[in-house]
Design a protein around this ligand. Sequence first.
Ligand SMILES: [Fe+2]
Ligand SMILES: [Fe+2]
Length: 170
Amino acid sequence: MFTELESLRGAATDEARSRRKDVAEQVTIELVRHSVAEEVLVYAQVEKKVSEAEAERARKDHAGAEETLSRMEKLDAHDPAFDDELATLMREIRQHIAEEEGQMFAHMRQVIDEDELRKLGARVEAFKKAAPTRPHPHVPNEPLPRLAAGPAASLFDRLRDIATGRGTDD
Ligand SMILES: [Fe+2]
Ligand SMILES: [Fe+2]
């Protein structure tokens, strides 16, 4: 999705612009669900079994990206500032993924056995189905506040998504 967004940067036709908006919305939905699931399930394990500092750094990365998503949400997709925010987001996320996949997951594999990691993966997938779809930067990137805000935020986000057709192709 990032590669497609980059190829659509400065899109001139209405069709390309609307495609760019749809992909940016889909990216937002997927990133928010992924982040909340990680904060509640994965980083909690990292904090306990790997390193508190590593979990804290990852939560800060998420908080930064969530601020970017929240600024993007307030901009019209035709605004040049939207392109800049999108570029910022992609830089933040790529950097975060490199750290997560290059270091954190390797550290997790050293202390958590494969069976447990597979179960954790399945819980993450199940959790994502019930997670919010819009950025909520005022909610701390910690399990308890995320869970407390979760049901209301998810339901409200999904109702708004249905009302506006966000996350669909029409
Ligand atoms: Fe993450
Ligand atoms: Fe991740």
